[in-house]
Write a protein that binds this ligand. Structure first.
Ligand SMILES: [Mg+2]
Length: 379
């Protein structure tokens, strides 16, 4: 079924985060912005996707509107494997990790939504999964840089039912404070605590910190090393015995192969809106399975990118924990599917992604113009 139009739009959702709003990539982070991609086919079906995202939205949107969308018009929406190959080959000179791959991820997720709607099956079924129950989630706390806020938000997340907490802090004191806070709320010491550094340290500092954290029982230490391409620096940290995770800044299947071949990770964190979409993420998961590497998806998203992650996870035999950012949105066009309850999250059972956005919420929180592309451009 031919693609007739692609639209990009942005919604900006007010949110609270248990502390002051930070800046992100040099910009104040006051709203959750979602870059939505809508793909239409000649039979009138509509698929939805989400492309990364955050401070890069204007760039990613321009990549879709100017280059990617015109390449897609007139192509068969169901021919996902061939489109992945040909479109990403067409733009590979423009970067293998960045706006064009992020943009294509949004389109590709929409193609899977369309395929599910056309066949009447949810994406987890198309991926070979059986009827899923709820998935375990972990609370991904934001960076507070304030121990009192670490304690307050850890307690609140535990009280909300989470039994796994990820910190975005840079001190051992924060880890110990979170462990104590979780223990106080749950009455036991088995809440999983993870620490995400977002590539904060050069290897010498990372070694010193990993040595100090070695006996603290972290479930994983995430992206401790700058830059993220320093796979040997990351691999050298494994001698401290803390499970290492990374992958949200890696380019596709071969980026993960590089991490795995270097012996750099125990846990892979593929990110569906960044690495090109559902098909590439499934390939990466298979690679990880063949190398005894666990998978914990990177999913700080609030639209089809998050829901696609749920479908991918639900299709697996060993289902990973789902990352849910610890914040509260005023509203979301994909409610209730983007919210955890009691530390778990439901998986939609409807065709495709299993949920379309609420048009009233979309209109209420729209930011900027909708860009519609319906003219084909050949390579
Ligand atoms: Mg991270």
């Amino acid at each position: 079924m031919k693609i007739t139009a692609i639209e990009t739009s942005v919604v900006a959702l007010p949110f609270t985060m248990g502390g002051p709003h930070p800046s992100f990539a040099g910009q104040p982070w006051t709203h959750l912005e979602i870059l939505l991609v809508k793909v239409e086919t000649e039979d009138g079906l509509v698929g939805w996707g989400e492309a990364f995202g955050h401070a890069a939205i204007a760039t990613t949107k321009a990549a879709i509107d100017s280059i990617l969308a015109p390449l897609m018009i007139g192509r068969d929406a169901s021919d996902i494997n061939a489109l992945n190959r040909s479109i990403l080959h067409s733009v590979h000179l423009l970067g293998r990790n960045g706006a064009f791959v992020y943009g294509y991820a949004g389109i590709e997720i929409a193609l899977w939504d369309l395929l599910g709607k056309r066949t009447g099956l949810p994406i987890w079924r198309l991926l070979g999964g059986s009827s899923p129950s709820r998935l375990d989630a972990y609370a991904s706390l934001l960076n507070y840089g304030d121990l009192d806020l670490v304690v307050r938000n850890t307690k609140a997340a535990c009280a909300a039912g989470y039994r796994a907490i990820k910190l975005h802090e840079t001190t051992r004191a924060a880890v110990l404070a979170a462990k104590t806070a979780a223990h106080e709320v749950t009455g036991h010491a088995d809440t999983a605590i993870m620490l995400d550094l977002n590539c904060a340290w050069l290897p010498p500092k990372a070694h010193a910190m990993a040595a100090s954290l070695a006996q603290d029982g972290l479930t994983w230490l995430e992206e401790p090393v700058w830059p993220p391409e320093d796979v040997d620096g990351l691999a050298s940290l494994r001698r401290h015995g803390i499970p290492l995770s990374a992958g949200e800044n890696v380019a596709g299947l071969f980026g993960f192969k590089t991490l795995i071949d270097a012996g750099a990770i125990d846990i892979a964190q593929p990110s569906v809106t960044k690495l090109g979409g559902i098909s590439e993420m499934v390939r990466i998961i298979h690679l990880c399975q063949a190398n005894a590497i666990a998978v914990a998806p990177h999913s700080p998203y609030f639209g089809p990118g998050f829901i696609a992650t749920l479908h991918i996870a639900a299709a697996l035999v060993e289902q990973p924990m789902i990352e849910v950012l610890w914040l509260d949105m005023e509203a979301n066009p994909f409610d209730p599917w983007v919210r955890a309850q009691n530390g778990t999250i439901a998986v939609p059972h409807g065709p495709g992604l299993g949920c379309d956005p609420d048009p009233v919420i979309l209109a209420r929180y729209a930011k900027g113009e909708i860009t519609r592309t319906s003219q084909r451009r050949d390579v």
